[in-house]
Design a protein around this ligand. Structure first.
Ligand SMILES: *Cc1c(COP(=O)(O)O)cnc(C)c1O
Length: 426
């Protein structure tokens, strides 16, 4: 019996020839909830959060889960109960955190396109701070805050112009990216902000990209941010926190990213060396909390032998998990119950009418129609990026804890597909 490599042993393991999520066989979940479904391990989520939290020891810190990675209110609620705050990028995410019972005073709001309406909503809900990304945005926040008789807490998201050495689409800290304030303009912007009556400066922020698997880009960014903190101190603008964003990579295949402990150690060492031992540190991890805490389960519909390739056609598709199409990403694909027998090389594809609809290429599998496969590391940027393309109802989401499981988002019904649409009466 072959065993298959899994990226997270905390949540997923093979026992007696069958894949388990915690103490539940994955085939049982497929029978009970149908496919495709996202399955999350509560233990894996909690372990990831606690690894970050514990790495700080007694150093003042805030771990703010980045909601866009996986925004189900069930997941937000689990993390809120562990003490997590939240990094949001839209008014919708703010309302999700509220619906999940999260603490809105532990929310930071990033993003280049906050509208007046979203700014007003965040001010009314009393978030911790806005991470502002441009001078016009600062002016808009100041204006909206003044009109509401409020003072807006802000941090400036600095673009440190460092190469995160990751995929171009998830690299955000280079000069040519739309994110953050140009490094050389930052101090000037802080001076403007500090002089505005409806603005209160509370911190500084950067987020240089995602799926970063080396420490050096983080170290470079931190040094550059601390240079600005020095200049702000000289200008008499004190900060309450320094936010290093998210971006720590995970292992999908054979990447060896730094551990959360090494990452936090690096941050604290640099802080200490530069004399900022007491400055509170904020992190905004998304992927490194949830990616390897989730799988997408799918059933083989058909085994199609093509002219030059074999296709394993499955009932999950690019509308459920878009990373292969968007980033040519490699995702693990493993059988729920490995078969004894000869393998063949397959492209694992979905039913969508696009050649970009593939989940894995050239995979060695021994499968039959009806078999359940698990696509691993699907917790982050899976369900959150899903769509209804080809009128496919969105998958169910299921949380597993020990030997119990619960639906945290129901599978969409066909009638959900056209909800809000109207036959014309003109
Ligand atoms: C996406 C994002 C994050 C989270 O990034 P991960 O790579 O998932 O950790 C954090 N902060 C901001 C501003 C983001 O846009």
């Amino acid at each position: 019996m072959t065993s298959f490599w899994l990226p997270d042993e905390t949540g997923f393991s093979y026992r007696n020839g069958a894949l388990f999520c915690e103490d539940v066989p994955v085939t049982e979940l497929a029978d009970k909830y149908g496919t495709p479904s996202f399955i999350y391990s509560r233990k894996a989520i909690e372990t990831a959060f606690r690894d970050y939290d514990g790495a700080f020891g007694s150093h003042p810190h805030h771990i703010l889960y980045s909601v866009k990675a996986c925004s189900n209110i069930g997941i937000i609620s689990l993390l809120a109960k562990l003490g997590s705050g939240f990094d949001i990028v839209s008014g919708g995410e703010l309302l999700r955190v509220e619906a999940a019972g999260g603490d809105l005073s532990k929310v930071v709001y990033s993003g280049v396109g906050k509208t007046d309406k979203e700014i007003a909503l965040a001010l009314e809900k009393g978030i911790h701070c806005f991470n502002i990304e441009s001078v016009p945005e600062l002016n808009d926040i100041a204006r909206v805050a003044a009109s509401l008789g409020k003072v807006a807490p802000i941090a400036v998201r600095v673009n440190p112009n460092v190469d995160a050495k990751t995929h171009p689409y998830i690299s955000t800290g280079l000069k040519n990216n739309k994110f953050g304030v140009a490094y050389e303009k930052t101090v000037e912007l802080y001076k403007q902000a500090a002089a505005m009556p409806s603005i209160r400066v509370v911190g500084i922020d950067c987020h240089i990209g995602s799926q970063i698997t080396e420490l050096s880009p983080f170290a470079d960014a931190e040094e550059k941010i601390l240079d600005i903190v020095d200049q702000l101190a000289a200008e008499g603008i004190p900060l309450e926190h320094i936010d290093f964003g998210g971006g720590l990579g995970v292992c999908y295949k054979d990447e060896v990213p730094p551990s959360k402990r090494e990452f936090v150690r690096l941050i604290l060492d640099h802080l200490e060396a530069r004399g900022y031992k007491h400055l509170a540190v904020t992190l905004e991890p998304g992927r490194s909390i949830i990616a390897n805490a989730g799988i997408l389960i799918t059933r083989v519909i058909r085994d199609k032998t093509g002219e030059t390739k074999n296709f394993a056609i499955v009932d999950a598709a690019m509308n459920d998990m878009g990373r292969p199409m968007f980033y040519e990403a490699w995702m693990g694909i493993v059988p729920a119950v490995p078969r004894d027998g000869a393998t063949r090389t397959y492209d694992v594809v979905g039913p969508i009418c696009e050649s970009g609809d593939w989940l894995g290429r050239d995979r060695e599998l021994c499968i039959e129609p009806g078999d359940v496969l698990a696509i691993t590391s699907c917790g982050a940027y899976g369900m959150a990026m899903s769509s209804n393309y080809n009128s496919r109802p969105r998958a169910a989401e299921v949380l597993v804890s020990g030997s119990t499981s619960q639906v945290i988002r129901e599978r969409e019904k066909p009638e959900d597909l056209w909800r809000g649409e109207h036959l014309p009466t003109l």
